[in-house]
Design a protein around this ligand. Structure first.
Ligand code: FES
Length: 177
């Protein structure tokens, strides 16, 4: 009676593997190539791969605002943007706001000066959203600031407003100098 025989595995055979092209992008002025899952959200790339953990989880849809980063100068939710959308883009996280010598950005200094930081969980998102706002409005009023999507469970909103307005003044002075 005929018997089935397993085909012996061929040793030394090379299984072709599709080459996945990398995704090249710039983060805080440094160049990176992501060769992992193109659908990985930027938030997890920042936190789990690069260990840049200033940017925080803000809910499934980024509703709390603490996951905001700047992509080509605009604030975007890093949980909502997959790596595949970032080829050639420039990303700035809260870690990239200070200058190369570690001098704080006027916004960061203003948050300290106005005591606008409670537990600090929301602060990176406020800073990024404020950067975006100040790129669009050199002199924002309370109404402009209140359009920002960020939430603060520590109740710092009033002091955040003061900090943003203080930073706007400092930045205007700096632009004149
Ligand atoms: S400072 Fe705690 S959530 Fe805003």
């Amino acid at each position: 009676m005929a018997q089935d025989h397993a085909v012996p595995a061929q040793t030394g055979e090379i299984t072709p593997v599709a080459i996945r092209p990398g995704i090249d992008l710039e983060i805080n002025g440094e160049r990176y190539r992501h060769t992992g899952d193109p659908q990985m959200p930027l938030l997890w790339y920042l936190r789990e791969v690069l260990r840049l953990d200033g940017t925080k989880y803000a809910g499934e849809h980024g509703e709390g605002g603490s996951d905001l980063v700047l992509v080509n100068g605009k604030a975007v939710s890093s949980i909502g943007v997959p790596m595949s959308k970032l080829s050639g883009k420039q990303v700035v996280t809260v870690e990239g706001l200070a200058d190369s010598k570690g001098k704080l950005h006027p916004l960061q200094q203003a948050f300290i000066d106005e005591d606008a930081i409670g537990c600090g969980y929301c602060t990176p998102g406020w800073l990024i959203a404020s950067m975006d706002l100040l790129n669009r409005h050199k002199d924002p009023n309370d109404g402009d600031i209140d359009t920002l999507p960020n939430l603060c469970r520590c109740g710092c909103q009033t002091r955040v407003r003061s900090a943003i307005k203080r930073a706007a003044g400092v930045m205007k002075q700096g632009a004149k100098a």
